[in-house]
Design a protein around this ligand. Structure first.
Ligand code: AHR
Length: 651
């Protein structure tokens, strides 16, 4: 057997053998996730909308090849004719200015209309229902018959529905389409079978089954894979997306709530478009659904320093919101707290209630700034926001920012400012080689415990091999060891659509129908799902070749007070096995068995669309005794969960 726990009698350390080995409280929120609308993470990703450019708001500003008709085709297949134009004169709402005007002079045999190709095609499943809706404004013509159908590439109908549009002025029509055949790349066709003039906007199609079946909901399979991490928190909506490409592109949370047809869409800094259909309400709701604390991050009143492509000339693109607009901006920040936590009778709490959530979302953390260049322009605005939030909401834990690197000028200046203002937590970011993570396992040992705590808001080693994931795992055992000063950590980025990646590596890849968790994902999952709030040092003694851990390995013992469970993790990114001994006598009565989970294999192995299961965690049950010895293989992460809590409850 490649892997075996040998049960032997060995006398080792207890919980409180000496002062250094004393159990210590660590953060209960250590391992979470970082969501950024990057690489089609929102539209074409987690947001379950299947129609691309549903509101005709795409433009060359998003992407130089795009316009209002991107992903659309004018449909006159049955020899109908008329004209199609993109208009802005009388939209549904000024926030959503573009719509289509069809002037049908002859409906032909099939009707005249539009076809949408979705995001790389529209995936549909036989036997499932799809919720279609559209806003129409019948300008001339009486009772226009409308047919909406899902078709395959040869025009074969997979499902359809028909209705009549008659009302002058914008009206929403909603239909359900039952699909009879599987297809991964269907198109949606909307045809009007009569002469007339009609405005068309907000053409939408969702699977009836979304995550937790919310309307305007999230893609169920992708959301579930994220939920399965069991993250303690979720940061959103970025990343660079938060502070934006120039002041006008800063992500404004108020633009992303309310009826979807009234939200303010905008260019995505990663060169595509944000429909903001997945907006702040949906983010809060998703966090609640998956049991993760929400960690919104708002711009610190400045745009990204790389705005306008200026990273090439030293990141000189940071611009501040004009000072005469900062009062209103600060108020927006305060209003977000009211939106999340205020009573349903408050101005912003009422908007949350109107969206279907009268109870507060219990916001606890708020990020101000994203790896900004620490300049005078930044500092002035950060202080204004920080002081206002701190004064009005001392209960909110504010997260400051210390630049994009693990050291350097912005890092130093950011920490200095955090000390001056006594910012509770600061956000460190680093993307490095796996060797960096292995060399820096002691990084937080010397951090001052009486000053700001750390949120490692973005980190990853450059790659998705098992070796990368194990370097991260080793580092994470040391984050647990330093969990009294490291309050939170999130691998970044979280998800990316294959064929649309603006950044690599990511934790999860997906296409229209499948989700591919990386090996790094399984490491994150093991740590988040097996987190604790008390660190138990000195419980393991190593023997043999690796009698002391070098930096290619790490081990941690934690206790989860909520369940009473004890969890051991041993990460080995080295090429030799590790043997050791553990003494569980201090735990008291033990269950007969424990769950052992191992992630191991060839260090170069990675999960991909072609080989999605190259490395998977393997779980088994092991017999448990108070004193036992173990051997973990080279290139492995081992997690042992001892359900002590269950035993205690049974007493
Ligand atoms: O995670 C990808 C990007 O990396 C984030 O948007 C940014 O904050 C960082 O530079």
């Amino acid at each position: 057997m490649r892997y075996g726990f040998v049960l032997t009698a060995l006398l080792l350390f207890g919980f409180a053998a000496n002062a250094q080995n004393k159990p210590k409280k660590i953060s209960p929120d250590l391992f979470g996730i970082f969501f950024e609308d990057l690489s089609y993470a929102a539209d074409g990703g987690l947001y379950a909308e299947l129609i691309q450019n549903r509101s005709f708001e795409y433009s060359p500003a998003d992407n130089r090849d795009w316009n209002s008709l991107t992903a659309w085709k004018y449909q006159t297949d049955g020899f109908g004719y008329g004209t199609i134009s993109v208009e802005t004169a009388a939209p549904i709402h000024p926030n959503n200015p573009h719509y289509i005007l069809l002037d049908i002079q002859d409906e032909g045999q099939k009707g005249v209309g539009l076809e949408n190709s979705g995001f790389d095609g529209i995936p549909v499943k036989a036997g499932k229902n799809y919720d279609f809706s559209v806003f129409l404004n019948v300008i001339s013509g009486e009772s226009l018959p409308v047919k909406v159908a899902l078709v395959d590439k040869n025009g074969k109908e997979l499902g359809s529905s028909s209705f009549t549009a008659a009302d002058k002025g914008w009206k929403k029509y909603a239909e359900q389409i039952h699909v009879n055949f599987d297809n991964d790349s269907a198109k949606l066709v909307l045809l009007i079978k009569a002469k007339g003039k009609v405005g068309i906007d907000m053409v939408s199609l969702f699977p009836e089954e979304t995550f937790k079946n919310h309307k305007n909901g999230l893609r169920a399979d992708l959301a579930q894979v994220i939920a399965d991490i069991k993250p303690k928190f979720m940061r959103f909506p970025g990343g660079c997306l938060t502070h934006g490409d120039g002041v006008a592109n800063i992500y404004r949370w108020k633009n992303t709530i309310g009826p979807v047809e009234q939200r303010v869409e905008q260019r995505n800094i990663w060169n595509y478009h944000q429909s903001v259909g997945l907006g702040y309400f949906e983010y809060f709701q998703f966090c609640e659904d998956i049991g993760a604390k929400s960690v919104p991050v708002l711009a610190a009143g400045v745009s990204c320093q790389n705005s306008g492509g200026t990273w090439r000339i030293g990141s000189t693109g940071q611009k501040g919101i004009p000072m005469d607009e900062m009062k209103a901006y600060v108020q927006d920040v305060l209003d977000l707290i009211e939106y999340a936590n205020g009573p349903a009778t408050s101005t912003w709490g009422a908007k949350r209630a109107a969206a279907g959530h009268p109870a507060p979302f219990n916001l606890e953390y708020l990020g101000i700034g994203n790896e900004d260049k620490i300049t005078g322009v930044f500092e002035e605005r950060f202080r204004m926001i920080y002081d206002a939030v701190h004064k009005a909401h001392p209960e909110i834990k504010i997260i400051g920012t210390v630049g994009p690197s693990p050291n350097g000028e912005d890092f130093e200046k950011g920490w200095k400012l955090a000390y001056q203002l006594s910012v509770g937590i600061v956000d460190e970011h680093y993307y490095e080689k796996p060797q960096w993570f292995l060399k820096n396992t002691a990084r937080y040992d010397s951090y001052n415990r009486r000053r700001s705590k750390v949120y490692i808001g973005e980190y990853a080693s450059w790659g998705n091999t098992l070796y990368n994931a194990l370097a991260e795992a080793v580092y994470m055992t040391h984050l647990e060891r330093n969990g009294d000063v490291v309050r939170m950590a999130s691998y970044a980025p979280l998800i990316a659509r294959i064929g649309h990646t603006s950044w690599n590596p990511n934790l999860i890849y997906f296409n229209g129908t499948k989700v591919f968790p990386t090996v790094n994902y399984y490491v994150q999952q093991q740590f988040a799902a097996n987190a604790g709030d008390v660190y138990l040092p000195g419980m393991i003694k190593l023997k043999g070749e690796k009698a002391t851990l070098d930096t290619t390995a790490g081990a941690s013992f934690v206790k989860d007070s909520a369940t009473g469970d004890i969890i051991l993790k041993i990460a080995n990114a080295g090429s030799t096995q590790i043997s050791g001994q553990a003494d569980l006598s201090a735990i008291g009565k033990l269950p007969e068995s424990a769950t052992l989970t191992v992630v191991s294999g060839n260090p170069e192995a990675k999960n991909s669309a072609d080989n999605p299961q190259a490395v998977l965690p393997q779980s088994s049950t092991i017999k448990l005794q108070k004193k036992w010895a173990f051997t973990v293989p080279a290139y492995s992460l081992t997690v042992v969960r001892i359900s002590v809590g269950t035993i205690r409850k049974q007493k």
